[in-house]
Design a protein around this ligand. Structure first.
Ligand code: 26A
Length: 339
């Protein structure tokens, strides 16, 4: 039976600023309708712009934090903890409150000199375009891993989850945790997070990947990974198989899960490739897709911690992903539904 803080996840804690019908914003800032990027100079005014012109919904975000909250959804109380760096401000309080409500322990590092990170989540149709300013999240330092609270969490964790986004600044801390997972003989899972991660941070990603026993991504991230590694194919099954067989510091084969919207999920486990059908969600039931991939990952990780098979875990992931799509932002249904 799972116990205290079995899952330790880490990433960039962000507060999402979500708006609907954001087509004009996509055009103004030259954004793709379905993407996740770091804010560049030309995007800096987007936050002010949406606050001024739109009805902004503020909701807890940060990809790995969403995943940890969603894993907690299927796990017994106090099963999950999350590491990341926030500022000393109202945004951080909102994130703590959201995590407390759902039973995720916020083991935050606090940097008083920087604001908590935020993410403009621009919804158009069912798509979401995410523009992030990392703020304090980017200043996460490995000193946090040496604090008594975090040392204990890491020593006792039964499962780790890293958001790939973290490698833009935190590959060194990620590698320390990944090596610790190996030393403790517990699974370390990694999400590819967004196409720009394998595209522009492939070296950082590849420093950690050999320690990952489970890799999760979606179709566009898989294709970006394949391009960055000259796989010479855009076939998702072939990519998943190559990724599963890529260099490893671990014993045993790596599991790879590639989601593909409402198309079947591709799973490579123990050298065997399978496709797992996913339920199609009626268009009128879709609110937005912000956080759907994170909810999927949370369901998978939670179910694996509960001892379910990979096939069962993917089905739990698909259910939570579908549930998230029916809510505003990266959220699940409360009161909880039986999964
Ligand atoms: C480094 N970047 C760009 C990011 C993110 C991010 N989480 C961590 N790092 N960009 C967007 N997100 C989060 O992804 C969730 C949806 O999958 C958003 O906060 C959103 O909640």
């Amino acid at each position: 039976m799972p116990g205290q803080f079995d899952l330790v996840a880490f990433g960039n804690p962000l507060l999402d600023m979500q708006i609907r019908d954001g087509e004009e914003v996509l055009k103004k800032y030259n954004l793709k309708s379905n993407d996740a990027i770091l804010a560049e100079e030309s995007h800096q005014s987007i936050y002010e712009h949406i606050v001024e012109k739109y009805d902004v919904v503020y909701v807890a975000g940060g990809a790995a934090q969403n995943t940890a909250r969603c894993a907690q959804y299927v796990l017994p109380e106090n099963s999950t903890a999350y590491l990341g760096c926030v500022g000393d401000d109202d945004l951080a309080q909102q994130l703590r409150a959201a995590n407390d409500k759902e039973g995720l322990r916020s083991a935050y590092q606090v940097n008083k000199a920087l604001p908590t990170g935020s993410c403009a989540a621009i919804i158009s149709g069912h798509d979401r375009s995410l523009v992030t300013r990392l703020g304090a999240a980017e200043s996460f330092s490995k000193a946090h891993l040496e604090t008594p609270e975090v040392k204990k969490l890491i020593a006792e964790a039964k499962f780790f989850y890293m958001g790939g986004f973290f490698v833009t600044h935190g590959a060194e801390s990620g590698l320390i945790i990944a090596k610790q997972a190996k030393a403790n003989g517990v699974p370390f899972s990694l999400n590819l997070s967004a196409p720009f991660i394998p595209q522009f941070f492939s070296q950082q990603l590849d420093s950690i990947l050999p320690y990952a026993s489970l890799v999760i991504g979606n179709e566009s991230e898989a294709v970006a990974y394949a391009e960055a590694h000259s796989y010479g194919t855009s076939d998702l099954k072939a990519i998943a198989e190559k990724l599963a067989a890529s260099p490893s510091e671990l014993q045993g084969a790596r599991t790879v899960i590639i989601t593909h919207g409402s198309e079947p999920t591709i799973v490579v486990e123990g050298g065997r490739t399978r496709e797992i059908e996913t339920a199609k969600i009626a268009s009128e039931d879709i609110v937005d897709t912000n956080g759907a991939g994170d909810a999927f990952a949370g369901g998978v990780v939670g179910a694996l911690i509960l001892g379910k098979s990979i096939e069962e875990a993917v089905k739990v992931g698909q259910k939570l992903g579908g549930m998230c799509i029916g809510q505003v932002g990266p959220c699940l249904k409360f009161p909880k539904e039986q999964i």
